[in-house]
Design a protein around this ligand. Structure first.
Ligand code: GTP
Ligand code: MG
Length: 399
C-alpha cells in the first residue's frame, strides 16, 4: 500500500471515530501516524535531487514572495501588473506551467515575486504540479494567497489545508512548547499552566508513537495535540500569508466590504487596477524588512542605497549590519552612531548588539578613528539627517 493510501485510510478511520474523552488518546495517536506519513511523503525519492524541472529560480533581491492560488484566479495578471514582467494570462485553467519570476521595486528595495502554476485540492499529495509549487512557496519569505472574490470562500480553507499538510503554517507562531530529546532519564512532563487539550498520558502515547522514550517536555501554553506533533516533527515552517481577493470588479460592494474586513486580507482588481498600492504596502509591511542607511563621517547619509536586513533572515543588529557590508568589519568597529527610531537620542552610541529599525541611519566609528567633531555626541546633533527629523515630527519617539 502506498503512503497516500495509508493516509487516506487513517483519515477515514478518524472520520468514523466519535470525538469524546474515551477516544481522545486513540485520535491523538492517529494524528501522529498521519504526521509521520506526511513527512515521509515529503522526502524526495532516493536518487533524485528533489525539486522539479523549470521550478528552480535563483534567489534575487531582498526578499521573495510566492503567488499561490487555484487556476485562473489572476496570478499571472497580477505579476504582470506589479513587475512589468510578462507572464501569459488567459481565461483557461493552467495557463502557467512553470515558475516565472519578476522584480518589484518598492521602498528602495527589490523584491522577487514568483508566479506559479495554479494548485488544486490534493496538491500536497502530488496532484498537478502541487508538490513543486509548494516547495517553491516554502523557499519564499511570505505567501500571497490569490483568491477569486467571485468564487466560493471554501477555496481559502482548501488551500490552507493543502499547505498545512506539507508542514507550512500560515500566520501562526510556533507553539510555546519546550522539547528536548535525551539519552536517558525517561520522560519528564511539565507545564506552566493548566492544560485542557493534552494530558501526560496522551503526551506519552504520542512520544511513544515516535519511539521517543527519553525527553524533556514543558508546555508554556495550553497547546493542542497538533501543536505537540508540530514540535516533535520539528520541520514546520511558519510563514506570513496575505489573502488577496482578486476580481472585485465582478462582485457587489457588500461582498467587497465583507472580504476586506477579514483578517490578513486585501481586496484588489487587476483589471481595474484597484487597490494594488495597498497590496504592495501590506506585502512590504509583512516582510518586516529593515532599511539601514550608512552615513560616512562628515557627510550626508546615502539615502539612495540602503543595507537591507531582516529579522527572519540573518537578524537586524548592528553586528548583522556590519557583516552585511564586509565580514572583516566587525572586529574594527569601536561603536556606531545611530539616528532613527531605534535610537533613544540623536545620535545614540551603540554597540554591536543594538537592534536596528527600519530607516535608521548608522555611522560606523572604527577603533583607531576619531569620532566626528571631537566630542561629537553634542556637536553632531545638527548633523541629524533631515529625513529622520521629518519623520520624527509625525511619530514622536518613545523613550
Ligand atoms: N474580471 C476580472 N478578471 C480578471 C482580473 N484579473 C485577471 N482576470 C482574468 O482572469 C483570467 C485568468 O487570469 P490569469 O492571470 O491567467 O490567472 P492565473 O491565476 O495565472 O491562472 P493559471 O496560470 O491558469 O493558474 C484571465 O482571463 C484574466 O483576464 C480582474 O481583476 N477582474
Ligand atoms: Mg498563470
Amino acid at each position: 500500500m502506498g503512503i497516500i493510501e495509508k493516509i487516506k485510510e487513517i483519515e477515514a478511520e478518524m472520520a468514523r471515530t466519535q470525538k469524546n474523552k474515551a477516544t481522545e488518546y486513540h485520535l491523538g495517536q492517529l494524528k501522529a501516524k498521519i504526521a509521520k506519513l506526511r513527512t515521509q511523503l515529503l522526502e524526495p525519492p532516493k536518487g533524485s535531487s528533489g525539486g522539479g524541472e523549470g521550478f528552480e529560480v535563483t534567489k534575487f533581491g531582498h526578499g521573495r514572495v510566492a503567488l499561490i492560488g487555484f487556476p485562473s484566479v489572476g496570478k499571472s495578471t497580477l505579476l504582470t501588473m506589479l513587475t512589468g514582467t510578462h507572464s501569459e494570462a488567459a481565461s483557461y485553467e493552467f495557463t502557467t506551467l512553470t515558475c516565472i519570476p519578476g522584480i518589484i521595486h518598492y521602498n528602495d528595495t527589490k523584491i522577487q515575486l514568483l508566479d506559479l502554476p495554479g494548485i488544486i485540492e490534493g496538491a500536497s499529495e502530488g496532484k498537478g504540479r502541487g508538490r513543486q509549487v509548494i516547495a517553491v512557496a516554502k523557499s519564499s519569505d511570505i505567501v500571497l494567497m490569490v483568491l477569486d472574490a467571485s468564487k466560493s470562500e471554501g477555496h481559502r480553507q482548501i488551500l490552507t489545508k493543502e499547505l498545512e499538510a506539507v508542514g507550512l503554517r500560515l500566520n501562526k507562531r510556533p507553539p510555546q512548547i519546550y522539547f528536548k530529546k535525551k539519552k536517558t532519564g525517561g520522560i519528564s512532563f511539565n507545564s506552566t499552566l493548566p492544560l485542557t487539550h493534552v494530558d501526560e498520558k496522551l503526551c506519552y502515547q504520542i512520544l511513544h508513537e515516535y519511539k521517543i522514550h527519553n525527553a524533556e517536555i514543558l508546555f508554556r501554553e495550553d497547546a493542542t495535540v497538533d501543536d505537540l506533533i508540530d514540535v516533535i516533527e520539528g520541520n514546520r515552517k511558519y510563514m506570513k500569508c496575505v489573502y488577496v481577493y482578486n476580481k472585485i470588479d465582478v462582485i457587489g460592494i457588500d461582498d467587497v466590504d465583507r472580504l476586506a474586513r477579514q483578517p490578513n486580507s486585501v481586496v484588489i482588481s487587476c483589471n481595474l487596477k484597484l487597490n494594488l498600492d495597498r497590496l504592495l504596502a501590506r506585502m512590504w509591511d509583512e516582510m518586516g524588512l529593515v532599511r539601514v542607511y550608512t552615513k560616512p563621517q562628515g557627510q550626508q547619509p546615502d539615502f539612495g542605497d540602503p543595507v537591507v536586513l531582516s529579522a527572519d533572515r540573518g537578524g537586524c543588529t548592528v553586528e548583522d549590519f556590519c557583516n552585511h557590508i564586509h565580514r572583516s568589519l566587525v572586529k574594527d568597529v569601536k561603536y556606531v552612531l545611530v539616528w532613527g527610531i531605534s535610537a533613544r537620542h540623536y545620535p545614540q552610541h551603540c554597540g554591536l548588539s543594538h537592534n536596528l529599525r527600519d530607516e535608521d541611519v548608522v555611522q560606523i566609528v572604527k577603533k583607531k578613528e576619531k569620532e566626528e567633531g571631537g566630542r561629537g555626541r553634542f556637536k553632531s546633533h545638527s548633523n541629524a539627517p533631515a529625513r529622520i527629523s521629518d519623520r520624527e515630527k509625525k511619530a514622536p519617539l518613545k523613550t
